[in-house]
Design a protein. Structure first.
Length: 333
């Protein structure tokens, strides 16, 4: 991971993309007052998303945001681009399978009204994010999994698709011979897309979708479909998504604590950094334990931080279309 990504490096450790004018707030203000202050220049619309594939995903979201569309429509459209890309081996079509050679997908979506939907362990459906949205909009539930999720998708008109491409199948076959069928967790085999948007109307939404950790045990579900872990949105405060080793993100309720820390006055960057420090504190063995958070607050301020160097995110506004390095706690050994 250290060497394979090309970055536009804006600054060293602790990079924050503060697009709006930061507010100068008095000690007495509540966090809500601080972020809603009239003097703050809010940057909107804005879309941010994880990793290099975020550039194409943002472009998909931007088509909607730039025409005054909603953040919810934008986040769904954005990550659908990644889900359909057969070259991306960690999301949707072309995603690396589990150790049985089966592609299983996790996704969730959350809007400005705290409505949310999720699917986990879903198979043979190219757009889990759209199934998650249907769960949110057409049912009284938040999450459907496995066979039930697939059945629901088929009933809603989604088509069955073989998601295992030749390339991914070949990678899995090579992995099987070399790894003796042991799941490997490392930084090279997982790159979820999490995408957050603030629309022209000032509303936030987020989406997160993945094929999860490559060669995982059959049945394993990561953080990405879990509201509060892989994604959390509170329209009064901000939106957060996570990437990396899902187990570590779930253990600290990752995305929800970043939102809470922003609610209590931290900037997106400070909150992502604090959550990463919590991950580091709670895990004695940090071998290959990459976790990254990406946060967007109500003012259009962005922050991102990871355990190890190498995490980056894409940002698109009227003025900007870039890939930016996240801050990080340590270099890879
Ligand atoms: C998971 N968090 O399944 C996902 C994988 C990931 O970047 O984010 N990769 O654990």
């Amino acid at each position: 991971m250290k060497t394979r990504r090309n970055f536009i490096r804006l600054s060293a450790l602790g990079t924050a993309a503060v697009i709006g004018t930061p507010c100068i707030a008095s000690e007495k203000e509540t966090p809500k007052e601080k972020i809603n202050k009239a003097s703050v220049k809010i940057t909107k619309p804005i879309v941010v998303s994880t990793w290099n594939h975020g550039i194409a995903a943002n472009a998909g979201a931007w088509k909607i945001l730039s025409k005054g569309g909603t953040a919810l429509d934008a986040v769904e459209a954005g990550v659908r681009v990644t889900e359909s890309d057969p070259e991306g081996m960690s999301v949707g079509l072309g995603g690396l399978p589990d150790r049985e050679g089966i592609v299983t997908l996790d996704a969730c979506i959350m809007d400005e009204n705290n409505k949310c939907g999720a699917v986990a362990f879903l198979q043979d459906i190219e757009h889990p994010i759209s199934v998650a949205r249907k769960v949110m909009e057409d049912t009284q539930h938040v999450m459907l999994v496995g066979e039930g999720a697939k059945q629901f998708a088929l009933e809603k008109g989604f088509e069955e698709t073989n998601l295992l491409t030749e390339k991914s199948k070949k990678a899995w076959e090579e992995w099987k011979t070399e790894s003796k069928y042991q799941p490997i967790i490392n930084s090279e085999n997982h790159d979820t897309i999490g995408l957050l948007a603030l629309d022209e109307h000032g509303n936030l939404s987020g989406a997160c979708t993945t094929s999860g950790m490559a060669y995982k045990l059959h049945g394993r579900v990561g953080d990405s479909p879990i509201i509060g872990a892989g994604l959390f949105v509170d329209n009064e405060v901000g939106a957060v998504c996570a990437t990396g080793m899902g187990e570590a993100i779930i253990r600290i309720a990752g995305s929800s604590i970043v939102v809470e820390m922003m609610r209590n006055g931290m900037s997106p960057q400070e909150a992502c950094k604090a959550a990463v420090e919590r991950v580091v504190k709670k895990h004695q063995d940090l071998t290959n334990l990459q976790v990254g958070f990406l946060a967007l607050n109500k003012n259009g301020e962005v922050g991102s931080y990871s355990v190890y160097s190498g995490f980056n995110y894409a940002i698109q506004t009227k003025e900007q279309n870039d890939l930016i390095d996240a801050g990080f706690n340590r270099e890879w050994d």
